[in-house]
Ligand binder design. Structure first.
Ligand SMILES: Cc1cc2nc3c(=O)[nH]c(=O)nc-3n(C[C@H](O)[C@H](O)[C@H](O)COP(=O)(O)OP(=O)(O)OC[C@H]3O[C@@H](n4cnc5c(N)ncnc54)[C@H](O)[C@@H]3O)c2cc1C
Length: 434
């Protein structure tokens, strides 16, 4: 099934007509989603102000695994994945961690998560994800090419590893969705796998090559390239915290920041994990939960990778970056305030040796932890806030926020400035949680 080409519209969306030129649009959040949107809006001719209390791309967008996974159309809640959950929770070194004290607060979210695994719902979610990000690499390539930063983009696929056929079979649902939406994959076994990626431990006997996926060699620099382009086209980055949305006459008219009020024609919430709190006073309770992830950088691991290699049994990404090998993973439901757990980083280093026994992990840098902004149905919140004209959402991209940042920017800028995007935004509406 082919995704509608939002890219064709994105290419056309320049420059502004007079109406668009006069629009002032405030974006709360300078993560990769906010800056990708700023790029498209500025290119469409709007006057854009991005506000962030921190450095740009200092949140989840700083430390992700760099995978551009346009074929990852299966929601996280798949029947096969749910079956693996008890085993992962039981294993203290498992990739999934729910601190027992957090469980009561999390139950409603987990309930919605399980409900999203119904087969009919899974298909709806996959259709929506494919429509949004099915051609994500084209979007990244187009934007990075305009910024003279194509060196950041690797277009040579990803490799998933499984110990055996049984492990692979657990992910069968996800692969069948990939196939259904035209995302190719090739299976390698035994010697063919060893030849494709030398150095892999022999207990991984099956590999899946995803030839159409890509990766970034430096997610932070990737986001900063989008920001630099947005600024070149007139966008302004302000250091500050959006404290609340100002409303007047039944619509959003600006934001209150720690530096005072700032009026706007449109306000976009792109503050990742911090977005839902800004919507709450306006009557929207969005079940946004942090799935905390970790990474460790190893400057000189002594293994040569051309593309991200994923240990599927450990849900660990081993991604070659400009600055060395980055091992990233873990899903920890630890909220925004709990201190990071250094043991998670130690387990990630063990994963490196598990996959590449000859790898060197000494010299690893101090670990990093970030917040994946996750909705229980694995879809971001994207589009207008029905009850408050002038207010828009672009958050909750979960495990795929780098991937879908570029297409999100394109879709939402078209929704705000016109012409209307040719994908249906209804599946992403904030009202779906009413
Ligand atoms: C370990 C790990 C690995 C990952 N791997 C991948 C991957 O391989 N591929 C992929 O596609 N995705 C991956 N992700 C997910 C991806 O990183 C996120 O989905 C994405 O970075 C989210 O971007 P964002 O802009 O929405 O949020 P963020 O990057 O978190 O940015 C939000 C910004 O909002 C700002 N902010 C907060 N409060 C306010 C306020 N009140 N006012 C204004 N600004 C505010 C913050 O300071 C921050 O800069 C990974 C995530 C993690 C943690």
């Amino acid at each position: 099934m082919a995704a509608p080409s939002i890219l064709a519209l994105a290419r056309r969306a320049r420059p502004a007509d007079d109406a668009a030129v006069t629009q002032h649009i405030i974006i709360a959040g300078a993560g990769v989603v906010g800056v990708a949107l700023a790029w498209h809006l500025a290119r469409g001719g709007a006057r854009v102000t991005i506000i962030d209390p921190d450095d740009p791309a200092a949140g989840a967008s700083y430390g992700n695994a760099g995978a551009i996974s346009q074929g990852s159309v299966a929601p996280l809640a798949m029947p096969g994945v749910l079956k693996q959950v008890p085993g992962m929770l039981w294993d203290p070194r498992g990739a999934l961690r729910i601190p027992p004290t957090a469980l009561p607060r999390l139950l409603p979210w987990l309930w919605r998560f399980v409900a999203a695994a119904r087969p009919a719902r899974v298909l709806e979610i996959a259709e929506a994800l494919h429509a949004l990000q099915g051609h994500a690499l084209d979007h990244h390539r187009m934007m990075l090419a305009e910024e003279g930063a194509l060196d950041l983009l690797r277009e040579n696929g990803q490799l998933l590893l499984y110990p055996d056929e049984a492990g692979f079979a657990k992910d069968a649902g996800g692969f069948s969705l990939r196939r259904r939406f035209g995302h190719r994959f090739d299976i390698l076994r035994g010697a063919a796998l060893a030849e494709y990626q030398p150095g892999i431990a022999p207990h991984y006997t099956l590999g899946v090559v995803l030839p159409d996926q890509g990766s970034s060699t430096n997610p932070r620099r990737h986001a900063l390239a989008f920001l630099r382009g947005a600024e070149r086209m007139g966008a302004t980055l302000l250091r500050g915290r959006v404290q609340s949305i100002i409303t007047e006459g039944g619509r959003a008219t600006g934001v209150m920041t720690d530096g005072g009020p700032l009026p706007a024609d449109h306000v976009v919430l792109a503050a990742g994990m911090w977005s839902a709190a800004l919507l709450r006073p306006l009557g929207y309770r969005i079940p946004l939960e942090s799935q905390r992830g970790y990474h460790v950088m190893i400057p000189d691991a002594g293994v040569t990778l051309e593309r991200p290699v994923v240990a599927s049994d450990r849900k660990a990404f081993l991604s070659p970056m400009e600055a060395g090998l980055r091992v990233a993973g873990t899903v920890e439901f630890g909220g925004l305030k709990r201190a990071p757990d250094p043991r998670r980083a130690a387990y990630l280093l063990e994963d490196v040796k598990r996959v590449f026994p000859a790898a060197r992990t000494d010299g690893a840098e101090p670990f990093w932890m970030g917040h994946r902004p996750c909705l229980p149905d694995s879809l971001p919140v994207l589009g207008p806030v029905a009850r408050w004209p002038g207010l828009w959402c672009a958050f909750g991209h979960g495990h795929l926020g780098l991937t879908s940042s570029a297409p999100t920017g394109s879709v939402l800028s078209l929704a705000i400035l016109g012409p209307a995007p040719n994908i249906d935004l209804a599946p992403f509406a904030p009202e779906r949680f009413a």
